[in-house]
Write a protein that binds this ligand. Structure first.
Ligand code: PMT
Length: 223
């Protein structure tokens, strides 16, 4: 059984959304519930790996038998991931990280003013991109949440982010993406292999992803 290859390995998994603060009462975020990432954490644990789950704010109970690091913003997630990257054999980036954040985060509630209808944004750090640059004999798995041209964007992410595999989900498809207990994903591997999976529970999707990661680890060990 190839999943045995994960035994004793350190797997870092990010899950959930990030929150980008506008002021003490408002933020920018997205619909991620953490279900996909937490399912991966459970499956990785089942394979005998040492799991570090870096989670944005979600309503799920903290899973047992692993290290759970709670973060809020993209910046905090970046720092947490970088802190654990050196020890990681595998990193899975399931989190829906905000791409933009307010340029100014106020520490008082911003009052309404006539004509005041813009929030100036700036880009957050691209965690996956940075991991791809720094990676050494590590398996890097990214996700792609798309609504259109899923294959094209997923393939592009594979190379621009220097990932070993991209898990693509069309978040507009019924039963896929944010919030549901199921997902429909396609796995794009560096070697050109593409695996289209049917509608399955997120837990079953997670099991498949962990299996593929075991193959990727095997390739790394052999080369
Ligand atoms: O949490 P659930 O409700 O179960 O929903 C699951 C999910 C839809 C969130 C999940 O399946 C998923 O698709 N996660 C990735 C969401 C996402 O942000 O995709 P993206 O295409 O915008 O980003 C691509 C990759 O870059 C992701 O691996 C992401 O973690 C990473 N990224 C993005 C922005 C950023 N600043 N840093 C990053 O590392």
């Amino acid at each position: 059984n190839d999943v045995e290859l994960l035994k004793g390995k350190t797997v870092v998994i990010t899950a959930g959304p990030t929150r980008e603060k506008i002021d003490p009462v408002r933020y920018i975020s997205n619909h991620s519930t953490g279900k996909m990432g937490y399912s991966l954490a459970e499956e990785a644990k089942k394979s005998g790996a040492h799991v570090v789950l870096i989670s944005g704010p979600v309503q799920l109970p903290p899973p047992q038998g692993m290290e759970v690091v709670k973060v809020e913003s993209a910046e905090e997630m970046y720092n947490a991931v970088m802190n654990h990257f050196g020890d990681a054999d595998v990193v899975i980036k399931t989190a829906a990280v905000a791409d933009y954040r307010p340029k100014i985060a106020y520490d008082h509630k911003v009052k309404k003013k006539p004509g005041d209808t813009f929030i100036e944004l700036e880009r957050t750090k691209d965690i996956l991109l940075e991991l791809g640059k720094q990676k050494k004999k590590q398996v890097l798995v990214g996700f792609a949440a798309e609504t259109d041209n899923v294959e094209e964007y997923a393939q592009k992410k594979l190379y621009t982010k220097n990932a070993d595999m991209i898990v693509a989900n069309n978040v507009k498809a019924e039963g896929a993406g944010f919030g549901t207990d199921t997902n429909i994903v396609t796995l794009f591997k560096r070697q050109g292999e593409i695996k289209e999976l049917p509608l399955m529970s997120k837990r079953a999707v997670a099991e498949k992803i962990i299996e593929e990661i075991a193959f990727l680890l095997k390739d790394l060990d052999e080369n």
